[in-house]
Design a protein around this ligand. Structure first.
Ligand code: MIG
Length: 657
């Protein structure tokens, strides 16, 4: 198949080089045959009509359905912890979509500023993509099917990030763990109850006065010793890294960044200052290659302590306010609070002043891109991407060839080569289990394979049944992490009755791990999707095309989790004969062949169901307490008789060719 011949690149104005596309593609002359483009002083606008039955896939980390039709979405990386149905912008900016109809077409709008997608919102039959400046690289991809188009797109944006194997284990996190004993307790409680665990995440409280890369010495007098103490129990500690670097003399990262001019600057050349958790901070100018390399090098402060995983937060970048914003508010009281570096008070107190994430602030600082000053708002969506790129490049310099666990909150296509993403501050809402599910194929389309949501929900109070149901989806997501906010009901498994149910459900993750790892790696190495909408494999099945609460996982499995409160099961639609597999709480596995069609399946709170596609089989391991404990010598096949499975495996530590 002549892949390159069906991708066309159209250039308008002088687009910023985002690095999203790594393949060399010649610019086509003229205008794309599909749709209408206007590009002038008033900005850029692409419009086309959609036939009534066309389905629009894509947009990665975006709200609402797998089919994006019927709403409006905005690419503008935003820290907003309320993902209700009317929210248009989240933390990611993934400007790729596919219109699937008679003649499917893929569109990638490589544009780093704010971009609006009206997908049948103003008019049900019109797709309109627009932004304020007409500097745009538009890629138009034609192919046999939506899936074919996705595969072509994935080829031109480069191979997805590959995490270490331990990162496929289960992780426990909470905003609020502070002392060494808090972390020890988490590990102890899991090991005692036989609930598997490979990672414990460290949120901002591990830091000394919220200084990135600096564990608080009074809490961790010997941090490397603490890291190895937990490593001896097969636990990886994964610290958070925020975008804002505390402005403080004597803090090496702050001093060096200022001295070398590596922070984002105001128009007058002074360092831009924003208030975040540490009080006043500076943002590393990661769009400047030199500054990015310098920032990435700072991760060495923690790898030197034995750390091999990180999560990058607040890199939209989120801020409570800027100096300018605060001055404009002319509120002496708030100003004084800020000066005293009382971050929590600032966060809450300033929110009502509407200083929080003020878009005006993004016009107040600049990046130095190869000697040219670029105002932040014009490249806003590239910031989190380049933080994570800096981290990845820095880590590969520190320890060449080694895989690190790395994921980010904000992202743009291109960031998928450097790390994974988690989908930010969701709620302990049943609807967010479904949102988690629906995002998975869209994220995979855009290259993001190592993905996951805060299981159990970040904001609001969770409940035992919600957590169990969410975990039963989480066992399939590459990033499997229970995380919650500091002001919510605690949600480690041991806060609830019946630890055996959690041991079993989380245990299923480990039983499936040889398969999940293999499917992840196949997707990464072949630029493929791990999670697909049903329509990508059953293109002629109109019911499958409209089924949004099941997904295909790899080539063998279909998942259909329960996401309804008090439900004892659910309806499923099988586009072909499949085998229903249930991991039962007594450790046995039930298998039942079901014909094509609609079925009601019963699923207990302590059961994990999946479907195996006709004629296929998958390997299953015995339960284990951690990834290194998995015993591959006892793998058994489940599914259709005599089915074979070609399992990929490797050392899980070095980056494959
Ligand atoms: O302003 O570090 O999304 O996962 O626990 C909130 C504290 C900052 C937001 C992240 C969340 C994390 C929290 N952070």
């Amino acid at each position: 198949m002549g892949v390159a011949s069906v991708i066309e690149k159209y250039v308008f104005g002088e687009p910023f080089e985002t690095g999203a596309v790594v393949a060399r593609i010649e610019t086509a002359a003229g205008l794309p045959a599909v749709g209408t483009v206007t590009a002038d002083r008033n900005g850029f606008r692409f419009t086309c009509t959609m036939a009534p039955k066309d389905i629009v896939y894509g947009l990665g980390e975006a709200n609402r359905g797998i089919n994006k039709r019927g709403y409006e979405y905005v690419s503008c990386c935003t820290d907003d912890g309320r993902h209700s149905e009317d929210v248009r912008q989240l933390y990611g900016a993934h400007n790729f979509l596919v219109i699937a109809g008679k003649k499917p077409v893929g569109l990638f709008f490589d544009y780093p500023g704010v971009l609006r997608f009206d997908i049948g919102y103003k008019r049900q039959d019109i797709l309109e993509v627009s932004c304020d400046t007409a500097d745009m690289a538009l890629y138009v991809i034609e192919g046999e099917s939506a899936y074919d188009i996705v595969k072509q797109f994935r080829k031109i944006i480069g191979r997805s990030y590959i995490p270490p194997k331990f990162a496929f284990g289960y992780g426990q996190s909470r905003y609020g763990y502070k002392t060494a004993d808090d972390f020890r307790e988490v590990v102890q409680k899991h090991r005692e109850a036989g609930v598997p665990l490979d990672m414990v995440y460290m949120d901002i409280d591990y830091m000394e006065r919220f200084k990135d890369f600096v564990p608080a010495p009074e809490i961790f007098p010997d941090f490397p010793a603490f890291v190895s103490e937990l490593r001896a129990r097969d636990i990886h500690l994964v610290p958070i890294v925020d975008a804002g670097i505390k402005t403080k003399e004597g803090y090496s990262v702050s001093d060096e960044g200022k001295e070398k001019g590596y922070f984002c600057k105001r128009a007058d050349g002074s360092d831009f200052e924003a208030a975040v958790w540490p009080g006043w901070t500076n943002f590393p100018d990661v769009l400047n290659p030199e500054a990015r390399a310098w920032f990435g090098g700072q991760y060495g402060l923690l790898t030197a302590c034995g750390i091999d995983g990180f999560w990058n937060d607040m890199n939209e970048p989120a801020m409570f306010c800027s100096r300018e914003g605060l001055a404009e508010a002319e509120n002496r009281e708030a100003l004084d609070t800020a000066e005293q570096e009382a971050p929590l008070v600032m966060a809450e107190g300033l929110r009502w002043l509407k200083l929080f994430n003020n878009p005006e602030d993004y016009k107040r600082f600049y990046h130095n891109v190869n000697g040219k000053l670029v105002r932040h708002d014009q490249v806003h969506n590239l910031y989190g991407y380049n933080i994570t790129r800096g981290a990845s490049e820095g880590l590969s310099k520190l320890e060449p060839g080694k895989r690190f666990l790395l994921f980010s909150r904000a992202s743009y296509i291109g960031a998928h080569r450097y790390g994974g993403i988690w989908t930010g501050d969701n709620h302990s809402w049943w609807s967010h289990i479904l949102l988690n599910l629906k995002m998975l194929p869209s994220l995979n389309m855009c290259g993001f394979l190592y993905v996951g949501a805060d299981l159990g929900g970040f904001n609001a109070d969770t409940t035992r049944d919600l957590l169990l149901r969410w975990l039963a989806l989480g066992v399939f997501t590459p990033l499997m992490r229970n995380h919650s906010g500091n002001d919510t009901r605690r949600q480690e498994f041991y806060q609830f009755e019946g630890p055996e149910d959690f041991r079993h459900v989380i245990g299923v993750r480990y039983r499936l791990l040889p398969y999940l790892y293999s499917e992840y790696m196949k997707a990464a190495l072949h630029d493929d999707m791990m999670f697909k909408p049903l329509a990508f494999e059953y293109p002629d099945d109109e019911i499958a095309a409209r089924t949004e609460d099941h997904l295909l996982l790899g080539s063998e499995v279909m998942i259909a989790p329960v996401y309804v409160q008090n439900a004892c099961g659910r309806y499923v639609y099988l586009p072909e004969e499949m085998m229903l597999v249930k991991f039962l709480p007594d450790g046995t596995i039930s298998q039942e062949v079901m014909p094509r069609g609609v079925h009601y399946i019963e699923v207990g709170l302590n059961e994990v169901p999946l479907f195996i596609r006709n004629g296929k089989g998958i390997p299953v391991a015995d339960p284990a307490q951690s990834v290194p404990e998995l015993d591959l010598s006892t793998l058994k096949m489940i599914g259709y008789e005599n089915a074979s499975y070609d399992r990929y495996d490797d050392d899980g530590v070095t980056i494959p060719e």
